[in-house]
Write a protein that binds this ligand. Structure first.
Ligand SMILES: Nc1ncnc2c1ncn2[C@@H]1O[C@H](COP(=O)(O)OP(=O)(O)O)[C@@H](O)[C@H]1O
Ligand SMILES: [Mg+2]
Length: 345
């Protein structure tokens, strides 16, 4: 039986090698044409990504790497052509509290969803503005989509730091709308921060034959006008204060004066820092959310890659921010310290 299985595997590998070469050929043609057509590049990128998945079933990752590199470059080209700021919308379904409000409060009776998403998932129709329908356009709308789908939208942006880009993502919106869920998620449904940490460390491993690399991380909380080092926090009450504010360093980069960049070597180390930071962040129950974030957090992962042959260095950086909610105090019903910190946002 063994020789037959071996033969089948060799045949499967040969099939994939042929497909890989064919796709690389098509991509090379596109490069020659130097097209500025986003749709054409995107179409080729989608096909190439499928070929990558298909080839990885039988071929070693190293063999598929040139096509992966092409995908990354195509993605960067699309981003350059599309513009560098992108706005995604995520609409969550009503939660228990909101359902209860609609069914119990007389003034809320008959309340309906007031937005609809267009089929291309780029237009948000404000349906309560009838008869004049208003459509607002965004880069992508998830309603609400799964954590995996959300991640698929932003994953290529994380890969861009390996090409020397600086990437920043932040969640913004009313309290209780799902910002922290999207960024941190839960252990069963991890959010962007956890997945980005895994992606960075995974890509670093893939490139290690070609490049030496150094990864550092800082996780900072901004609460009531004061910065704290969440990566070094030992409890919610015991967080080192960061004495300075933002300033430009010698290479023109904006840094937080006094903030420590911690070197990390493994995925586990980085994930442990993310989990620790999430647990030590300030939260408080409000009428809108039982575990409302009362502060902003910023996780910054920096990578320096050095090509072992050419010695060329690439510096990339990603900042992921989970902002405290914008809220109407009348709705969140906060008071005391929680009310004071609302004013400092
Ligand atoms: N897409 C979603 N799917 C499931 N639960 C969600 C989703 N978005 C938000 N939630 C839940 O709603 C509550 C409030 O979300 P949270 O992320 O804390 O809001 P925010 O950070 O915007 O104040 C949390 O219990 C969270 O688990
Ligand atoms: Mg939050």
């Amino acid at each position: 039986m063994a020789p037959i299985a071996e033969e089948a595997s060799l045949e499967a590998q040969a099939k994939r090698r042929k497909k890989l070469a064919k796709q690389m050929g098509k991509n090379a043609l596109m490069k020659l044409r130097r097209t500025e057509d986003v749709h054409a590049i995107r179409e080729l990128l989608c096909k190439s990504q499928l070929v990558v998945e298909y080839c990885l079933q039988e071929l070693p990752a190293k063999e598929v790497q040139p096509l992966r590199d092409w995908c990354r470059m195509a993605h960067n080209r699309i981003k350059d052509l599309e513009g560098s700021i992108r706005v995604f919308i995520r609409i969550r379904s009503w939660n228990q509290r909101e359902n209860d409000l609609v069914s119990s409060k007389a003034s809320m009776k008959g309340t309906k969803e007031c937005v609809a998403v267009t089929d291309d998932r780029m237009g948000l129709e404000l349906t309560d503005k009838t008869p004049k329908k208003i459509t607002v356009n965004f880069d992508t709308i998830m309603a609400p989509g799964t954590q995996e789908e959300m991640w698929a939208e932003v994953k290529p942006l994380v890969g861009q730091i390996f090409d020397g880009y600086n990437v920043a993502m932040l969640t913004f919106g009313h309290s209780g709308t799902g910002k922290t869920y999207t960024m941190y998620g839960t252990p069963e449904n991890p959010g962007i921060m956890t997945r980005a940490a895994k992606e960075v460390m995974g890509m670093r491993l893939l490139l290690q034959d070609k490049c030496k690399s150094k990864v550092t991380v800082s996780i900072v909380e901004l609460h009531d006008g004061q910065f704290y080092d969440l990566a070094l926090a030992t409890s919610m009450k015991d967080k080192p204060k960061i004495s300075g504010g933002p300033k430009k360093n010698a290479s023109g980069e904006t840094v937080l004066n006094g903030c420590v960049d911690i070197p990390v070597k493994t995925e586990q180390q980085l994930l442990a820092l993310v989990t620790n930071a999430e647990a030590k962040r300030r939260t408080a129950p409000t009428a809108l959310c039982p575990c409302s974030s009362r502060s902003h957090t910023f996780m910054t992962v920096k990578i320096v890659l050095q090509n072992r042959e050419t010695k060329r260095k690439v510096h990339g950086k990603i900042t992921l921010a989970d902002l405290a909610g914008q809220e109407r105090v009348k709705d969140s019903m906060v008071d005391g310290q929680d009310l004071k910190e609302c004013g400092s946002r």
